[in-house]
Design a protein around this ligand. Structure first.
Ligand code: UD1
Length: 426
């Protein structure tokens, strides 16, 4: 298994291009199931999760093709055509690798009247049930049975518009129900929905395909079902979690980095905190730049929550920053109940962190020490790489496959701005 070796201490200087958003690309790919015409996606990142989704869609008979001679992540155009489906079963072997596989339920059910999808796996960051998805589809008239680890959903006459209020603004449930409702009969009103930029991106793509959706970016979405959707070409939005990760990396290592293609408005909560701790953030023509020189960052408290609050997917990275800041920070995780698995690994590098319930109390230390550490989940892995940038000596991050699921060419991008980082091939 590959590992990543980092020698800490180098300041970062230069520019980092921001890739297409993983969490948008995966759902956009699943939306191809809604139409018999090709959906062509551009700016799709080259990630293991994207390959998983392509494999899953192919298992239904979707033709997934990259424009000849092009590559993902480098201007490649990914064409997905679900003209004829040969299966509506999402097998455990694929779904267990990636929770986002569950997003095929809505499109399959809406267009084909049935779907059998394995209950999902993915990162080990809590129970992560799918009850809101299931209750929502039942509200839309589907019959749902659970058997042998699979969700069996049937709506032979199609889905019917209804009102459903989610107990929590779940990203996945909002997106699954919105895609399903796009082809339902009549009006669907979804209340207490996710407002995440990726959810809006999916909604904009569906609208361009002919769906009638209003209220994107607010807590209530109204969808008037249409009979069919068309194929289009759509550009995946830039990744705000990758953006935030490199912004935090610069605050940790010091220096000045321009994040090219980044959208500052999508990481407003993070930028507010970076400015509070003494980092400068400035808009540029191509994105924005982060700058920290000399002084130590100051501790601040953070609470993760649904968008537009501070994202749970940047919690681990921000904890690394707080680990070397001046003072004590309280970091409260309200979205997932088991998302502190990076804490013992950071502690191995000399961080002083103590977890009480849903809050990590981080007492900043003047410096970290390099150590062998183990990646536990996708975002936590990146927090260990960031810790390595600040640490004295050598850090080896094991189990890098987690990183490859969500960060495109991470070691190349960081080494291009001066980090001493390399991949050790297995
Ligand atoms: C998505 C993102 C993930 C991010 C998360 C929160 C993708 C592929 N993944 O995950 O990176 O961390 O949003 O921003 O886009 N819940 C239930 N029942 C449900 C659904 C969710 O109880 O039916 C709970 C979950 O256990 C969790 C919380 O709601 O505690 C948030 O989950 P959700 O917003 O659904 O996250 P995902 O869509 O899985």
């Amino acid at each position: 298994m590959d590992r990543i070796r980092i020698r800490g201490g180098a300041r970062l200087r230069g520019e980092i291009p921001i890739s297409g958003a993983k969490n948008a690309a995966l759902k956009l790919m699943a939306a191809s199931l809604l139409t018999d015409e090709p959906l062509t996606l551009t700016n799709v990142p080259a990630l293991v999760d994207v390959a998983f989704m392509a494999e899953l869609l192919r298992s239904f008979g979707v033709a997934v093709e990259l424009e000849p001679g092009t590559r993902l992540g480098e201007g490649g155009r990914l064409s997905l055509c679900a003209a004829r489906l040969t299966s509506t079963t999402a097998e455990y072997d694929i779904v267990r690798k990636m929770r986002a596989s569950f997003q095929v339920l809505g499109p399959l059910l809406a267009r084909h009247g049935e779907a059998k999808v394995s209950l999902p796996g993915g990162c080990a960051i809590g129970a992560r049930p799918v009850d809101f998805h299931i209750k929502g589809f039942e509200a839309l008239g589907a019959r749902i049975d659970l058997a042998d680890g699979y969700v069996l959903a049937r709506a032979p006459e199609g889905l019917t518009g209804a009102t459903y209020e989610m107990p929590f603004a779940s990203v996945g449930a909002t997106e699954n129900l919105m895609t399903g409702a796009a082809l339902a009969r009549g009006r669907t009103v979804l209340k207490n929905v996710a407002r995440e930029p990726e959810t809006q991106d999916l909604g904009h793509c569906l609208i361009a395909m002919g769906a009638r959706i209003s209220g994107l970016g607010t807590s209530e979405i109204v969808i008037d079902g249409v009979e069919r959707l068309n194929g289009i070409e759509y550009k995946v939005m830039p990744d705000r979690i990758e953006t935030g990760t490199y912004a935090i990396a610069t605050a940790i290592a010091g220096g000045e980095v321009e994040l090219v293609g980044a959208r500052a408005e999508n990481v407003g909560a993070l930028i507010g905190l970076l400015e509070k701790i003494g980092t400068e953030v400035a808009a540029t023509k191509r994105g924005f730049a982060v700058h920290r020189n000399g002084f130590r960052p100051i501790s601040v408290d953070v609470v993760t929550d649904v968008y537009p609050a501070f994202p749970t997917d940047l919690q681990a990275q921000f904890m690394t920053l707080m680990a070397i800041a001046e003072g004590t920070s309280h970091i409260r995780e309200t979205v997932f109940e088991n998302r502190f698995m990076h804490v013992p690994e950071l502690a191995r590098m000399g961080a002083d962190i103590h977890v009480e319930g849903d809050t990590a109390i981080v007492r900043g230390v003047p410096g970290l020490k390099g150590a062998p550490v183990m990646a536990t989940d996708l975002r936590a892995s990146s927090s260990l790489v960031l810790a390595g940038l600040a640490a004295e000596g050598e850090t080896i991050v094991n189990r890098v496959y987690h990183l490859d699921r969500g960060f495109e060419r991470l070691e190349e991008k960081l080494s291009a701005v001066g980090a001493e980082i390399e991949r050790l091939k297995a």
